[in-house]
Design a protein around this ligand. Structure first.
Ligand code: WTA
Length: 632
């Protein structure tokens, strides 16, 4: 049974129901899933705690709703189509039946290594079908997966392993990315020197490069599955049992482990997937994200597979072997729904329309955007050149913490407006608040975006530190979840997301805490102090601008900047490398020692004419120096 909305009036009707009778509304949606035991109560909640429970005492296994559920009627339908990095290499297709057996077999393999319910498993893998198999196998046996983007450094990896006390790491020998071959296992080895909880490492062979295997700890994927039965009894899970932890950056230094649970996340990802993309059985859907991010979790793996969809998994990058790769893949598999990030659109736009010309793109029905605000120009380019003025664009706003899409048009149902995420999904009750916490009523208002009622896919806690969850999301505005984003509701009641209002920057759709980057910079022995801000960047959305006070003895500016970039790569990963580094004699601080970031942002943006009030600065002269040395 599908809960798909087909008309705008249908949307308004459903939305209304979801607000006036939320429990009946979600019970109806949840009823279409397979539960081993039905829930006793739909919802219990308190945003003070916060303490939110959906489908209380319901028992289920999410993978039965992906695998067994689709086995008999459509076992031969492709579940995952894998397109490798190199277009010359043959792709792979896993039907629902094959996926079922692969997941069962790997579940048995994990169990044979002593991994079971409640254990934490890190997945640090390239974009190969086995990464999805790994996630689902964890879910099947009740282990909690935590996928770490395979571009993160060994330091970032060991921090995450330590934070969740992982018992196992699933990885690969290497990773193909564009023209590069990246050592992956070697990074794991380095990370494991700083951890003590990992008992086994399972290595999928992808690149066949040389790796070291530690006796009694490291095993090849093909060896551990060898001889394992390809059926497996799924573990009985409670609705509120942890499904996964995904680490994400916030405004404080350390990334936090966002916790999602089983029942609500299942219901919400499938419901939002089907409605936003208007997925029909037989369609081919492609989301270009990496499974290391929430988009990959909810809209490559869980949402589409719960809906019985065919989901493409792409190992490569948009510009390899050329800037037409996305379009080649669209034509090759006759993709119907295509979901990517504004940064990719802008990067491809820079190559002009030449790379698009060889391709028809006539299978496309829906285009999606996610991860950052899409500017009007990129929206129009996408609409005209890729969608041929025929495909609706769904600009989907959501977060790691929300689990699924929150504000978005429903494709072909909701009239779109460039750069607007338009309207909330059923079940999503938004509030715009001013800095004092007053809820702004009516249209044509602007403020901070909050959510005032629970939705099934929401964050339950931050792993190991519930207080942090409360402080970060539920304390700024009493009784509401605070998103960290600014928003405008226009005269039509449409929502436009304006970007972060906290110290989080969004670089190519990747969330980065300024404090996290500063901490990494400060690890360099020559660095005395640093301050990082975001600035508008044509392709990346935001770029990273770092102001650094250094001890310049025995160093030139150039080699120091290079060393700082290397330090960041080592501590976080190459994605956090600043676009611009300015060595400064001092930072603009107030008398109480607080850095006035407003000034640093203005200089980074290049809007120096109106610096605002600088009278509270300890040394206003420093601003002049900073302006003089500004990096273009
Ligand atoms: C931003 C990604 C504008 C926003 C799913 C949010 C967006 C952060 C959009 C979450 C959008 C995501 N329009 N901004 N359509 N989608 N964002 O956790 O600032 O990686 O708070 O989740 O990305 O990033 P995250």
């Amino acid at each position: 049974m599908s809960d798909r909305i087909h008309t705008l009036s249908g949307y308004f009707h459903e939305y209304q129901k979801s607000v006036t009778e939320p429990e009946q509304f979600w019970a109806r949606v949840a009823d279409s899933f397979h539960w081993k035991k039905r829930w006793d109560k739909v919802l219990e909640w308190d945003f003070e705690g916060p303490d939110v429970k959906w489908f209380v005492n319901g028992k289920l296994n999410i993978t039965e709703n992906i695998l067994e559920r689709h086995l008999f009627i459509m076992g031969d339908r492709p579940a995952i189509i894998w397109e490798p990095n190199d277009p010359e290499e043959e792709g792979r297709t896993l039907t629902y039946k094959q996926l079922y057996h692969a997941v069962c077999q790997f579940s048995n393999a994990l169990k044979s290594k002593g991994i079971g319910k409640g254990d934490k498993v890190i997945i640090y893998m390239p974009m190969v079908p086995e990464a999805a198999v790994a996630m689902l196998a964890c879910a099947r046996i009740g282990a909690v997966h935590s996928v770490v983007f395979a571009g993160f450094s060994s330091n970032a990896l060991s921090d995450r392993i330590n934070d969740c006390e992982a018992k196992a790491v699933l990885t690969s020998d290497g990773n193909f990315r564009g023209s590069k071959k990246i050592a992956v296992k070697a990074v794991v080895d380095e990370a494991l020197e700083k951890t003590s909880t990992v008992e086994s490492v399972i290595v999928y062979q992808r690149t066949k490069q040389e790796v070291t295997m530690k006796e009694g700890r490291d095993y090849w994927w093909h060896d551990v599955i060898d001889g394992q039965p390809d059926t497996n009894e799924a573990e009985v899970m409670d609705s509120e049992d942890m499904l996964f932890i995904l680490y994400t950056s916030g405004s404080t230094g350390k990334p936090k482990g966002v916790v999602h649970t089983t029942g609500g996340y299942m219901v919400y990802t499938k419901y939002s997937f089907e409605n936003v993309f208007q997925y029909s059985p037989g369609d081919v859907y492609w989301c270009t994200a990496d499974i290391g991010w929430i988009t990959g979790h909810s809209y490559i793996v869980y949402g589409p597979l719960l809906a019985g969809a065919t989901s493409i998994m792409f190992e490569g990058v948009p510009t390899y072997p050329d800037a037409g790769r996305f379009w080649a893949v669209v034509d090759k598999y006759q993709v119907n729904q295509f979901y990517t990030a504004p940064t990719a659109i802008r990067a491809l736009e820079a190559h002009g329309t030449g790379p698009i010309e060889p391709y028809k793109l006539d299978s496309l029905k829906v285009l999606g955007s996610v991860g950052e605000p899409i500017n009007e120009e990129a929206w129009h380019w996408y609409h005209t050149h890729i969608g041929k003025n025929r495909c609706p664009i769904v600009d989907t706003w959501w977060q790691t913490e929300t689990g699924g899409i929150m504000v978005s048009p429903l494709a072909g149902v909701t009239p779109t407006k460039p750069a607007y995420a338009t309207l909330p999904l059923p079940g999503v009750q938004l509030a715009i608040v001013d800095p004092e916490g007053k809820v702004l009523k009516g249209n044509s208002v602007e403020g901070n975006l909050c959510i005032k009622f629970p939705w099934p896919g929401m964050i339950r806690t931050t792993y190991g530190d519930h207080e942090r969850c409360k402080q970060t999301y539920f304390s700024t505005y009493k009784g509401m979840y605070f998103t960290g984003d600014g928003v405008k509701r226009d005269h039509d009641g449409y929502y436009r997301i304006l970007g972060r209002v906290d110290d989080v920057i969004n670089v190519s759709g990747h969330r980065m805490g300024t404090a996290e980057v500063e901490n990494a910079i400060n690890e360099h022995p020559k660095v005395i102090e640093s301050a990082v801000v975001g600035y508008p960047h044509e392709v990346k959305g935001q770029g990273i601008y770092a102001y650094v006070i250094c001890d310049m003895k025995n160093r030139t500016e150039e080699n120091l900047k290079g060393e700082i970039k290397d330090t960041i790569s080592k501590i976080i990963g190459p994605i956090a490398k600043p676009d611009k580094i300015q060595i400064v004699p001092g930072l603009p601080k107030t008398r109480s020692g607080k850095i006035m970031r407003r000034i640093l942002r203005k200089v980074a943006e290049g809007s120096m004419d109106n610096m605002g009030d600088t009278s509270t600065l300890l040394d206003p002269g420093v601003v002049e120096e900073i302006i003089k040395g500004r990096v273009e």
